[in-house]
Design a protein around this ligand. Sequence first.
Ligand code: PBG
Length: 342
Amino acid sequence: MSLVPGTVRPRRLRSTPALRRLVSEVRLHPSELILPMFVKEGLSEPLPLSGMPGVVQHTLDSLLEAAREAVAAGVGGLMLFGIPEHKDEIGSQADDPDGILNRALSLLARELGDDTVIMADLCLDEFTSHGHCGVLDQAGAVDNDATLDRYASMALAQARAGAEVVGLSGMMDGQVAYCREALDAAGFTDTVIMGYTAKYASAFYGPFREAVDSELKGDRKTYQQDPANGREALRELGLDLAEGADIVMVKPGLPYLDVLAEVAQESIVPVWTYQVSGEYAMIEFAAAAGAIDREKAIDESLIAFKRAGSDAILTYWATEVAQRLQSEAAGHLSTHTADGGR
Ligand code: PBG
């Protein structure tokens, strides 16, 4: 068999590492990686999480140390989650200025606020005794409108503590507008609202539940989206934009790349992705079992988000990957080209 004359050869552009680098459509940069961190009240030592090898619940001291390391690696920001010692029905510790999350925000804002962006998860699930993202009504259902008052109070507490970005992850209707109004009324017109716009009721949050000592029994299906629904994400996007979200997010990441791509196409504000705990665990455990190459799998997963249109990514590997990108940029051997690739 002979080739047809004029055969088109896409392989031409894949033939050397330098050519591949030249034509690559997207690349990672440390500043688009955001590190989610957990800080727990009452710990004397950082506590490793069995479901997320390499991730810990921090003490205030270890939090600051890990935050400094992340900032030195050039990450774009830090997203804080707090775990209080005492949880109650309404999540009182969430908006208490002495609550662990707000104390941690103050500490990081004071120490690192000029060098990075300090962000706070704005949701009640880490703080409630029942583990839901909102307060419950008489019948035990999550009460949307009563929850908004709690969120507004949290937004103010977090802004006062020094959070520059509040991440509304509770999926209550009207949450962006309600928090925007409360922040503006108190003079926090510059506090950025990042809406978890399309957040799905996902099994991939499994390890996170350990990370925040979640008390949840049951599920979040009355407020988080059904994994079967893509269109709904665009409806949520329209609402979040109309309500004044500065940044929108799709979560989880890899199982929802189609949703991410659509949201990225429609959005007029930055679009972020959260590579969640279960996605992290899958790669870590598969790599530990020798089934996949850990670093290559991590990079491929992050590149997929960029290709789908994500502007930044929340990932538990933020520091590690940022450090690697930094040393590559400093002229060390690139992991992408180390094999020569011919
Ligand atoms: C809610 C929240 C969750 C995550 C981030 N914010 C848990 C949930 O909705 O059940 C999950 C993050 C992860 O799995 O890494 N505050």
